[in-house]
Design a binder for this molecule. Sequence first.
Ligand SMILES: [Zn+2]
Length: 363
Amino acid sequence: MASWNLRLGRYFGIPIDIHWTFWLLLIYVFFDGVANDGTPAEALVSVIFVVTLFACVVLHELGHALTARRFGITTRDITLYPIGGVARLERIPERPIEELLVAIAGPLVNVVIAGSLFLAGVRLPENAGQPTALTRTDFFSSLLLVNCVLVFFNLLPAFPMDGGRILRAFLAMFTDYVRATRIAAAMGQFMAILFGFLGLSGLPMMLFIALFVWLGATGEAGSVEQRFLLKDARVRDAMLVNYSRVRDTDTLGDVVKRLLSGSQSEFPVYDSTTERAVGLLTRNILISSLASLGADGLVKDCPIESLGTGQAKRSLIDAIQEMREASQSCLEVVDDNGVVVGLLTQENLAEFIMVRSAMKSGA
Ligand SMILES: [Zn+2]
């Protein structure tokens, strides 16, 4: 969907995009303004207000991105969604103190904006408790209010909010990173349940936030755990060494025998004349081809999958990432001289992660 996003430009070398759903929000605010007995001019002020609000969000994200840059981490891009901004950092800072500073820099920008407005004589609107009245009070009072809300909301100790990262970084100073993430994620899930109850008791917007927080907390815990378990692993550590291959001239009946007699469920397919790998025959393809071609059908008539190639010495995390992007389920592993030394399959990978995880918790 990248082409639907509007590129605002590059600031400090970081591309800033507006997600297409953002336009829906502006159109909604405009028509909502007109429908509530506002003149188009008043509705336009509401639209300008939303744009100004999102400028504050961009500054917030730039706060994260520019602090990360100080630690040598580049930001791929910043995207604005109707519910806020996301700065995609290339990686998460390794030292807890760096993550803490990167996470806190965003909300700090809003503190500075709110502080400047306050010093300029702007005060919070009197009807601050009613969000519907937000855009119909004084422009700058509302701007002060939303910056305060941004600070408060982002400091909630729940992933994917900044407060979750701050909490994790703080905990990581006393315990290991995986456990710190687990505690912070559990805290996030607890907050999500709390938001869920608030949502059910008459604040429907909170249900949406609850879901957002729950998914963020759960996703963060899972990916961090995997990243840490596989931190120093190479492709050769997780690859299958004893496995059978099939030739494109083999019959499906032959392959079925091998499927049933061993634990292997994915077979690299070799061209019988060139002796080179041409693809991958998975269990699913084998079964469906068996139904259509019969046991005498040939492997070369099956719709085989593509098979990637990976260096044995490569980092396992990078290899997994590449397999995901190319939607390959298997990698043929080669050594420095290009000689095939193994096969990296999803099943083996899952086993490898399980074993590492068990070893870590035993240690
Ligand atoms: Zn932030």
